[in-house]
Design a protein around this ligand. Structure first.
Ligand code: PLP
Length: 484
């Protein structure tokens, strides 16, 4: 008779019974040689089927917990203690209550709280999920799915037709100097940043970062504890003139075509000065070209990567905004000598990017769908941007100051309020945002909200601004705290 076992009828019974019995044997509550009830008796006691009990007994016998004795029944295995306590008889204390985890290493640079982004309207970085041409995507996916060659391994560097399509697109639309062998497909821009940190940084190397700037870059590049040196902004772009006064650095992260999050655009002379300074000072520039497809009135400035031959620029882009973040596909364009080291790093930290997704994106680009989709989204985001600005002016005039170029998928609403608390309050109302103060290094912060309007529809834009008005009344004149 077993009277210390209870099963939850809502959970899988076989799994529960297996766990209850094996735990009791390991913890020596059922000692070697103890007889267990017959399967019929056990089934009756527990109110479950005999087949379930037999399946569990068979499993426990196969694993060495139990043994049958002909004509007598089922017993806890006589030798079970050698398996449970391989260190031998000296260690006769019963193993109970699980194990104590060894301590984690101290991570001094992770002083900030990690945040999970949700797919809420106004979440910065989120494209319009409903406007994605899912039917034509599915058609292409279906076509690619049937190809046997896409079912195995392919290449760490990325699917060749996709690299070819990206290289052609970047040459014509972004002025990037590249051939397909310089393109490396990554699992989003985030992996590109981690790989660059791994390849380029040694202990003590400094990293220059725009301040305020992109937290994803700061977190990835700073993960080995290398010092992050803030570059101040001037007129909402990286202040190129401040560079000679800062400590020498191995890497410089920037968003020259649409500063993240403030939205400024480096002009041609600033771009030239930046690349020349980097070349003269042995510093590699990481150029994050994250949303250059969405400039509403003018063609965006060409990438700084293409300004000079052999410019020390590591160019990165992502399909998270131009297609969907869920695909987790981005790309790097690097000088030839950098390709192999990055591929080594990629091979040992995750390996290939999902092949079927790569092949589907390649065909999506090749048949012209990508260009059509971008054209539609540029128009759609321009309309949303206009509506959002209009709403902000009409309902929040005097409470916040919109900071914007006519580009991108987000707008900063700057103002004197506790931006962390307001952002959390807004989240509880169903709207995403990030506090502007969280994008700053150091104590000197500006406060505001970074609002991603691309993911919101017309009704949500109007509702969010109305909601924000009441939220602003309750959160004025307090400073934000830091989150990662
Ligand atoms: C500045 C910036 N760079 C890059 C990305 C893309 O990151 P990922 O490709 O990892 O989704 C984002 C996304 O929000 C971004 O804001």
């Amino acid at each position: 008779m077993i009277d210390d076992i209870r099963l939850d009828s809502e959970q899988p019974l076989q799994h529960q019974l297996y766990q209850r019995l094996s735990e009791r044997i390991i913890e020596q509550r059922y000692l070697p040689g103890r007889q267990l009830p017959s399967s019929r008796q056990m089934a009756q006691d527990l109110g479950i089927s005999r087949n379930t009990v037999n399946a569990v007994y068979d499993q426990l016998k196969a694993e060495g917990f139990l043994q049958s004795r002909a004509g007598k029944g089922v017993f806890v295995h006589e030798d079970i203690m050698t398996a449970v306590n391989p260190a031998g008889p000296g260690r006769d204390k019963p193993v109970s209550g699980g194990m104590k985890l060894p301590p984690l290493p101290a991570l001094p640079w992770l002083k900030t709280k990690r945040v999970e982004d949700a797919s809420l309207p106004f979440q910065p970085g989120l494209p319009n999920l409903d406007a994605f041409p899912i039917r034509s995507w599915n058609r292409i996916l279906h076509h690619q799915e049937s190809r046997r060659s896409l079912r195995g391994y392919d290449s760490i560097q990325g699917y060749q037709p996709l690299r070819r399509a990206i290289a052609a697109y970047l040459r014509t639309s972004r002025g990037v100097r590249c051939e397909e062998h310089q393109v490396i497909i990554t699992n989003g821009a985030q992996q590109a940043l981690s790989l660059l940190a791994e390849v380029f940084l040694r202990p003590g190397d400094n990293i220059l970062c725009e301040n305020p700037g992109y937290r994803g870059a700061r977190n990835a590049l700073g993960r080995f504890g290398n010092p992050l040196i803030p570059i101040p902004l001037k007129n909402e772009v990286l202040d190129v003139e401040a560079l000679p006064g800062l400590a020498p650095a191995r890497l410089l992260f920037c968003t020259p075509t649409h500063q993240y999050p403030m939205g400024g655009i480096l002009d041609l002379s600033q771009r030239m000065a930046l690349v020349q300074w980097a070349g003269q000072n042995g510093c590699w520039i990481i150029e994050d070209d994250y949303d250059s497809e969405f400039h509403f009135y003018n063609k965006p400035f060409a990438a700084i990567q293409g300004l000079f031959e052999n410019a020390p620029v590591l160019y990165m882009g992502s399909f998270s905004k131009t297609l969907l973040p869920a695909f987790r596909v981005g790309y790097l364009v690097v000088p030839e000598a950098v390709v192999e080291p990055v591929l080594w790093a990629k091979q040992i930290s995750g390996g290939e990017t999902p092949l079927l997704t790569q092949a589907t994106i390649a065909e999506f680009i090749e048949i012209g769908q990508f260009t059509r989709h971008l054209r539609r989204m540029r128009q759609l985001y321009r309309e949303k941007w206009q509506l959002f600005q209009q709403q902000v002016t009409a309902k929040l005039g005097g409470l916040v100051q919109p900071v914007a170029e006519s580009a991108g998928m987000h707008l900063v609403l700057e103002g004197e309020f506790d931006d962390l608390a307001l952002s959390q309050w807004l989240k509880a109302k169903g709207f995403g945002s990030t506090p502007l103060s969280a994008h700053f290094l150091g104590e000197q912060v500006r406060t505001g909200l970074v609002m991603g309007f691309a993911s919101a529809n017309e009704r949500e834009i109007e509702e969010c601004v109305t909601t924000l008005r009441s939220g602003l009344e309750g959160h004025r004149h307090r400073r934000g705290n830091r989150v990662s």
